[in-house]
Design a binder for this molecule. Structure first.
Ligand code: CP3
Length: 343
């Protein structure tokens, strides 16, 4: 078992910097496209044998040091009772978004081993196959709330912010239901065999520090606190998209590892976060379109900036883009291993 990733999460010494990529399974891989031609995305997520297969594809193709469960952050939201569809260009759509108190009251808090058993089955299958640690994940409460309120992806998140400002008690009751759902979901993933978990707060960076502290962070803290109370040894990674304005607030989240996007230098982020956390990141996903020699320069820079951290897991600052040349991703993983080798 390659445990370099888990050791780096815990701040223990490692022979080289472990690497995995957000969205490492997906359309940039031919093997993935082949399966997607036969089944739609949601069916893929809900069929344990297929979900396990596409989880393993990048481990074999890239040589990364961790696997991430193949699923989507919106899967548990569908189990809360919201009809979900994915469209080719538009992405995810909830036809009946949450706008009023009655919409919140209708939402369920799913029992994961019942409504989401296919996820736990996928995890159990994967643990029998994998030689690298398996990362489970969930969307963080605020990011899930934006999809539920907006009905899909958004530019300025006006509907979400209006709910926060105009009906804070409706927003709070929604966040409480999401938080309970996410907590149960992650606990079930850990019981099924997930060896680390990541909370994706992709959109939290659209909040001011004050609003983040009031309306997003308390729910993240609650989820992480609950996980730590039953599984203190399972590393928790908290990723915030556009985190640079929020790092002082994020210090209170309770995670072991902070995922950092590329809009800030890693050494600046480490200074502002303090020495309590390991960091994960933070190559611009578009840098994978550069010639390999230039990718190498950027990797060197990130490794150098990460040297002051408690632990470093190399990753992109956000997900792999579908157009990315696979050979550059393979080269990147090899470069991280070679350039960071301490033996
Ligand atoms: O990282 C991995 O390899 C594991 C699988 C994974 C997916 N989505 C697969 C996916 C994970 C961890 C996610 C998380 C996710 N999903 C996030 C948070 C991370 C981030 O990217 O910010 C968000 C915001 C979503 C919601 C989502 N899912 C959107 C907006 C879209 C449409 C955009 C797109 O890339 O098509 C998806 C679809 C999606 N999720 C795909 C994959 C592989 C593409 C589906 C396809 O095959 O057509």
């Amino acid at each position: 078992m390659n445990d370099t990733f888990l050791k780096a999460c815990r701040g223990e010494s490692v022979p080289y910097t472990p690497v995995w990529l957000m969205r490492q399974a997906g359309r940039y891989l031919r093997q993935y496209q082949k399966i997607r031609k036969k089944v739609d995305f949601l069916t893929l997520c809900k069929t344990p044998e297929l979900a396990a297969e596409v989880t393993i594809q990048p481990i074999e193709a890239l040589g990364v040091d961790a696997a991430i469960l193949f699923s989507d952050i919106l899967i548990p939201v569908e189990a809360m009772g919201m009809a979900l569809r994915f469209y080719e260009k538009r992405g995810p759509v909830f036809k009946n978004p949450v706008r009023r108190r009655q919409d919140v009251e209708r939402l369920l808090i799913p029992e994961p081993e019942e409504a989401l058993s296919f996820v736990m089955d996928t995890i159990r299958l994967l643990r029998r196959e994998l030689k690298v640690p398996l990362i489970g994940f969930s969307g963080a409460p605020f990011t899930l709330a934006t999809y539920m309120i907006e009905g899909g992806t958004s530019k300025n998140f006006l509907l979400t912010k209006r709910m926060i400002f105009e009906s804070p008690e409706v927003y709070r009751s929604l966040m409480e239901k999401i938080t309970e759902t996410v907590t149960r979901y992650l606990k079930a993933q850990i019981s099924a065999g997930a060896q680390a978990v990541q909370l994706f707060d992709t959109w939290a960076g659209v909040l001011s520090p004050h609003d983040y502290r009031e309306y997003a962070l308390p729910y993240v803290k609650s989820v992480i606190g609950a996980i730590k109370s039953i599984a203190s040894g399972v590393p928790v990674i908290y990723f915030v998209g556009q985190c640079a304005g929020l790092l002082e607030e994020i210090r209170g989240c309770g995670a072991d590892v902070i995922g950092v996007d590329w809009r800030i230098n890693l050494d600046d982020a480490i200074k502002r976060l303090g020495r309590r956390f390991a960091v994960q990141g933070n190559l611009d996903p578009c840098a994978l379109f550069l010639p390999p020699a230039e990718i190498e320069g950027r990797i060197r820079d990130i490794l150098r900036r990460a040297s002051s951290s408690r632990g470093h897991i190399f990753n992109l600052g956000h997900g792999v883009l579908p157009e990315t040349p696979v050979e550059n991703v393979v080269a990147m993983v090899e470069m991280v291993h070679r350039l960071s080798s301490r033996t």
